[in-house]
Design a protein around this ligand. Structure first.
Ligand code: UD1
Ligand code: UDP
Length: 363
């Protein structure tokens, strides 16, 4: 029996691995697919709620590593993961996305001679100040199977000299989860419980160090949100990184009363909030993709995106980190000028099936 371990650590990883786990179970139950959780994200509403809602089993292995510097986090995950790999001797390690857990998994697999698959390969922001860019590049160099979500990934990998036979254009696995859980999201009661009117509120999420780690940036961001909140209710589920910084800068009392500050929200309710919003403002990677698929206007508060398809054919506007510019775009949309877009190729809910079939044939 072939054994495969998928390594997850952070919120977006759980959403990417859930469809894969189910596809292994349904298409190739003879493959023993196990899940190893590094512990990078550990709060109940950043981790367990996703396992529950996405109907994932408890992780087979839990490494309990979180916090610390990038080097400390990555290296501690490596040390603990090495033990699991040593005991289990899997035929393949799968790493999704671009977080530090992804990087740690890639390095351990390579050092231990275990074949490596990268789900969401080839994305590039071309900004090496982002830790994720380094994680993505190193992982792609080391991976044996590179599963690509959008056309730009194919182009980037080719330019970087990755042999074609390692690269598979399979579509976007995050969209598999979205497609599966959209019916539940449509039944969610979150709008009622938050007192929101459908199509008449803004949803915001921010966690990139470039936006939230320096007081001056976080303050600028809050000032902008306050101006928008004068026009619309604004739901702001706050990421733990942002919460910590907000508290340490004592910015908690500076928010407009129309800003509904909440803890991170579970997947199904959060999808419902995206689906019924008038506008999403974010610096998240995954949310740029989900809004494009759902046709919801999205303004991305970053200077670059590793997901260019969302701006090329989707509803995403890359507004940069000049908050005046972000505000200009936001007011334009709020006055009825909604961007329209198309769904990218192979974002069809069947990416996990394609990946599992390829892995089965390759192994
Ligand atoms: C990480 C990823 C980022 C991804 C994001 C998704 C890296 C380098 N960054 O950023 O690419 O977009 O996850 O959300 O891997 N914390 C808690 N509770 C939690 C999770 C985190 O208190 O459940 C705290 C940590 O202890 C740490 C801070 O939040 O102090 C940041 O967590 P960390 O995982 O290092 O990075 P993120 O900002 O979450
Ligand atoms: N998400 C969620 N609840 C929230 C915020 C985000 O369920 O309160 C989901 C969102 O729909 C998407 C994923 O988490 O599927 C994105 O994660 P995040 O923004 O943390 O990471 P990134 O994609 O930027 O790496």
């Amino acid at each position: 029996m072939k054994k495969i371990i998928s390594l997850v650590g952070a919120r977006p990883n759980f959403i990417k691995i859930a469809p894969l786990h189910k596809a292994f179970r349904s298409l190739h139950p003879e493959i023993d697919h196990k899940i190893c959780h590094t512990g990078q994200h550990f709060d109940e509403n950043m981790s367990k709620i996703f396992f529950d809602e996405l109907e994932l089993p408890r992780p087979d292995f839990y490494l309990g590593i979180s916090g610390g510097s990038h080097t400390s986090q990555t290296s501690r995950i490596m040390i603990e993961l090495e033990k699991v790999i040593q005991d289990e001797q899997p035929d393949l390690l799968i790493v999704p996305g671009d977080v530090n857990s992804t990087l740690a998994g890639s390095l351990v697999a390579s050092k231990m001679g275990i074949p490596l698959a990268h789900v969401e390969s080839g994305l590039r922001s071309f900004d090496r100040n982002m830790p994720e860019e380094i994680n993505r590049m190193v992982t792609d160099i080391l991976a044996d199977y590179l599963f690509v979500s959008e056309e730009s990934g194919l182009i980037n990998l080719k330019k970087e000299g990755i042999p074609d036979e390692k690269v598979f254009f399979v579509g976007n696995i995050m969209i598999d989860s979205l497609v599966s859980y959209l019916p539940k999201a449509k039944e969610s009661n979150i709008l009622n419980s938050m007192g929101l009117e459908e199509g008449r509120y803004i949803l915001g999420t921010f966690h990139r160090p470039s936006n939230v780690d320096a007081r001056v940036h976080l303050e600028g961001l809050f000032n902008m949100l306050n101006e928008l909140a004068a026009e619309r209710k604004l739901v702001f589920p706050i990421h733990p990184r942002t919460r910590k910084n907000m508290e340490s800068f004592a910015l908690i009392h500076t928010l407009h009363p129309n800003i509904l500050l909440t803890d991170p929200i579970g997947y199904v309710d959060f999808l419902s909030l995206i689906l019924h919003s008038e506008l999403v403002i974010t610096d998240s990677g995954g949310i740029q993709e989900e809004t494009t698929w759902l046709g919801i206007p999205c303004i991305t508060v970053r200077n670059n995106t590793e997901r260019p398809i969302t701006t090329k054919i989707g509803t995403n506007i890359l507004a940069g980190t000049d908050f005046e510019n972000v505000k200009k775009h936001a007011f334009h949309i709020l006055s009825g000028n909604r961007p329209t877009g198309k769904v990218p190729e192979l974002w069809d809910g069947k990416t996990a099936e394609r990946i599992v079939t390829i892995i089965h044939n390759q192994l």
